[in-house]
Ligand binder design. Structure first.
Ligand SMILES: [Zn+2]
Length: 452
C-alpha cells in the first residue's frame, strides 16, 4: 500500500443493535484533478478520488445497483438496505407474504385444486395495487433506505482539511505555516477560462482564496485538497469540508437523490483510528457546536422544511484498530513504495483506477469511464427510472424522466426537482464561507457528446 493512500469504507448496521455490519463500499484513494483539466473530464473522469470521496461514490453506485435489482424483482422484491418508498417493513412484509400466498394459491388453482380462484385473483390484484400505492406516498423518489439500517464509515487516516489540521501541525518540525502558493489565472484562450472567470466572480481577487495545507494555524476554514506546492492547482474541496456538507445533503449524490429519498441516507457514525482522532478538531469541523453551529438556528432549518433534508451531525468515534496497510502498521523490514493506484469495491463491482479513470486507459478516453463517474451514474439512474415504471405499472416516474432526458448535465443539475438540495447546499456553503466552486465540466450529454 502506498504511503499517503488510505482505506475508507461504509458499512451498515441493524438499527435494533443486532451485530450486523456489512461492508457495502470500500475504497482506497489518491488525489484529484487539477483545475486546468476539469473542463476536459466530460463527466467521464472523476474530479476527486481521495478515498473518502471514492468510497461515497461507490456507496451511491451500490444504492443504484440495489435500486436496479429491486426494480427488476418488482414491487414484492426485498433488499437488505433499500425498500420501495413508503412501505413500512412490517406492512410491506405482510403485503409481500399476501402476494406470495396469492401466487401459491394461483399455482394451486392452475392445477385445478381451488374452487375460489376468482376471488383469489381479485385479492392478488388488490394487494399488488396496495404495494404500488405505498411506494409513492408523498414524494417522487421510488426508494428509501430501510428504517432498520444505520450507515457507518471507517476511515484509516484523518480526513484532509480542517479535521486534520492539528495532526498536520504536530507533524511539523517547524510549526511556521507554509507560504500560500500563488496561482495565476490561465490565458483567456484556454478551455478552463470559464471556471476561473466564475471563480473570480464569486471570489474577487481581493478575497482570500482556498488554502490547502498552507497557514495551518487557521482553523475552521474551507480548504482545497492539499498537494505539494509544485503540484498543479485544484479547486476540489478537502474531505473534511465535503463530509461536513454531507451532514446536510445526506450521502446521496444529486442524481441518486432523484431515486432514493435522503431521509435515512445520512452517515450515522464516522470511525477513526485513535492515532488520527483529535476530538476538538472533529467537533470544530463537523459538530453542531463547531463551524456549522449557525445551521442549528431554527430560522435556517425552517427554510429547509419540505426539502427532505436536515442538519444531521454524525458521531465521530475513535477505534484502536488501524488499517492493516496504514503507514503506521508497517512491520520491521517492510518497505513503503509509492503507487498511483486507487480502488473501489462494492458487493456488485470492483475497479482499479489511475488518475480518475480505469487502469489501463488513457485519462480522457471515454472507454476509461469508471462505473461511479457522473456520466455512468446518469445513464444508470435513467435506466432504473424506466425499470421502476415497468415494475410499478405507474406513470408517476414521468417527472423523473423529464429531468433525466435533459440535454446536458448542467440542465439536469438545474432542474427544479433538485432545487431543495441546491438550497441546502448553498446554505451550508454560506455558513462555511470561502467555498469556491469547481465548475466547468457540465456541458456534456448522457450519450457521450460534449456540447459547447
Ligand atoms: Zn482527502
Amino acid at each position: 500500500m502506498a504511503r499517503g493512500s488510505g482505506c475508507r469504507w461504509l458499512g451498515l448496521k441493524d438499527g435494533q443493535g443486532k451485530p450486523l455490519s456489512t461492508c457495502v463500499a470500500l475504497a482506497t484513494g489518491m488525489k484529484c484533478l487539477p483545475v486546468d483539466k476539469v473542463a476536459k473530464a466530460s463527466g467521464n473522469v472523476l474530479h476527486d478520488w481521495h478515498a473518502e470521496v471514492l468510497a461515497i461514490r461507490a456507496f451511491n453506485r451500490f444504492l443504484v445497483d440495489e435500486c436496479a435489482d429491486l426494480a427488476a424483482k418488482g414491487m414484492s422484491g426485498i433488499s437488505d438496505f433499500l425498500k420501495w418508498r413508503g412501505a413500512h417493513e412490517t406492512e410491506h412484509l405482510a403485503l409481500q407474504s399476501a402476494v406470495k400466498k396469492q401466487q401459491t394459491t394461483s399455482t394451486v388453482t392452475e392445477r385445478g385444486r381451488s374452487p375460489t380462484s376468482g376471488t383469489d385473483e381479485h385479492e392478488g390484484r388488490r394487494t399488488t395495487d396496495a404495494l404500488s400505492n405505498l411506494a409513492y406516498m408523498d414524494g417522487q423518489q421510488p426508494f428509501e433506505v430501510r428504517d432498520d439500517v444505520k450507515i457507518y464509515m471507517y476511515i484509516s487516516e484523518a480526513p484532509c482539511g480542517d479535521a486534520s489540521m492539528e495532526l498536520t501541525m504536530a507533524a511539523q518540525e517547524d510549526a511556521t505555516p507554509w507560504p500560500i502558493p500563488v496561482t495565476e489565472p490561465p490565458h483567456e484562450s484556454s478551455d478552463n477560462h470559464l471556471t476561473f472567470h466564475d471563480t473570480f466572480l464569486v471570489h474577487p481577487p481581493s478575497a482570500p482564496k482556498m488554502l490547502g495545507r498552507g497557514h495551518f494555524d487557521r482553523l475552521g476554514i474551507v480548504r482545497r485538497k492539499p498537494a505539494r506546492p509544485d503540484a498543479p492547482p485544484t479547486l476540489s474541496k478537502s474531505c473534511s469540508d465535503k463530509l461536513a456538507l454531507k451532514q446536510c445533503t445526506s450521502l446521496l449524490s444529486s442524481l441518486v437523490s432523484l431515486l432514493v429519498h435522503p431521509g435515512n441516507a445520512y452517515l450515522s457514525t464516522l470511525v477513526l483510528p485513535e492515532s488520527q482522532y483529535v476530538q476538538s478538531a472533529c467537533e470544530r469541523a463537523f459538530g453542531a457546536q463547531g463551524r456549522l453551529a449557525p445551521l442549528t438556528d431554527p430560522e435556517v432549518s425552517s427554510r429547509w422544511t419540505g426539502t427532505g433534508y436536515a442538519f444531521v451531525p454524525f458521531t465521530v468515534l475513535p477505534t484502536s484498530r488501524e488499517f492493516r496497510y496504514s503507514r503506521r502498521s508497517t512491520a520491521a523490514g517492510e518497505e513503503l513504495v509509492p503507487s498511483n493506484l486507487s480502488s473501489l469495491c462494492t458487493p456488485w463491482r470492483q475497479e482499479m483506477l489511475i488518475n480518475g479513470v480505469l487502469q489501463g486507459r488513457k485519462q480522457f478516453d471515454p472507454k476509461g469511464a469508471s462505473t461511479v463517474c457522473r456520466r455512468s451514474m446518469w445513464r444508470l439512474v435513467a435506466q432504473v427510472v424506466v425499470a421502476t415504471a415497468v415494475a410499478t405499472g405507474s406513470r408517476r416516474t414521468e417527472p423523473l424522466d423529464r429531468i433525466l432526458e435533459k440535454r446536458t448535465y448542467r440542465q439536469v443539475k438545474d432542474a427544479n426537482d433538485l432545487e431543495g438540495r441546491k438550497r441546502v447546499k448553498v446554505a451550508v456553503q454560506d455558513v462555511l464561507g470561502g467555498w469556491v466552486r469547481n465548475d466547468g465540466d457540465e456541458n456534456w450529454s448522457r450519450d457521450g457528446s460534449n456540447l459547447k
